[in-house]
Design a protein around this ligand. Sequence first.
Ligand SMILES: Nc1ncnc2c1ncn2[C@@H]1O[C@H](COP(=O)(O)OP(=O)(O)OP(=O)(O)O)[C@@H](O)[C@H]1O
Length: 248
Amino acid sequence: MIQMHDISKRFADYEAIKAVDIEVNEGEIYGIIGASGAGKSTLLRLMNLLEVPDCGEVVVDGKNLMTMKPKQLREARKSMGMIFQHFNLVANLTIYDNVEVCLQLANYPKHRRRERVMECLRFVGLAHLEKQYPQSLSGGQKQRVAIARALANEPKVLLCDEPTSSLDPHTTAEILAVLEEINRTLGVTIVIVSHEMEVIQSICHRVSVMADGSVYKTIELEPKGIPDVDHTPEYFIEKLTGEVSGDA
Ligand SMILES: Nc1ncnc2c1ncn2[C@@H]1O[C@H](COP(=O)(O)OP(=O)(O)OP(=O)(O)O)[C@@H](O)[C@H]1O
């Protein structure tokens, strides 16, 4: 689905990505992990040409993005949704409008937009919040809206840049379940950048370990499944004091 061949990227004198080859198969959940500064986010942003490589080839769904004209590239990007650590919602737009705006930008037929927006919001369980603004939502709800927005144009690929790094363990598990469902039920290929080992281990089929701008090794994984995270007050008290709640 995504082939990157001999990709390099410099920022001024700094070589952030060094001759990377990577292949993401259709239908898989592919992880990218590594230390801070290893080049994970840059590599992800090179996949949809948010960062333009200095050299090399990026082929998505059989098409070479590097040789495309701007209009063709805009078209190709519709098949690649993206979500971010800090959600990147537009603060002065409602939840509905945050999703609809990307349909507008993609010239999605006007008379079908409402149906599509609501379909995406229902998928992430937030149709009832369509009239709210981002500031009144929790972090997990904001990420769900961002996912709905990324799904609106029916992408084949979803690029996720640290999608759970601002969330607590329970909400992380909920968002991972949504991503896993998108992969399983919609067949969307997912690439996840994360520094959290449990995130990668829970849902990824393969993972590349990055170091110093290079892919150090790519490993096949048997996804462990999403952990059942207790977030009751009793759990926190037990962890903090060692006492089982109700004992006191
Ligand atoms: N736009 C930019 N301009 C200059 N340097 C950049 C830019 N983007 C990234 N870099 C540098 O490239 C290197 C790789 O950054 P990148 O964000 O890809 O790493 P990362 O592995 O995702 O790190 P983290 O986990 O901390 O986000 C870092 O040294 C960073 O400072």
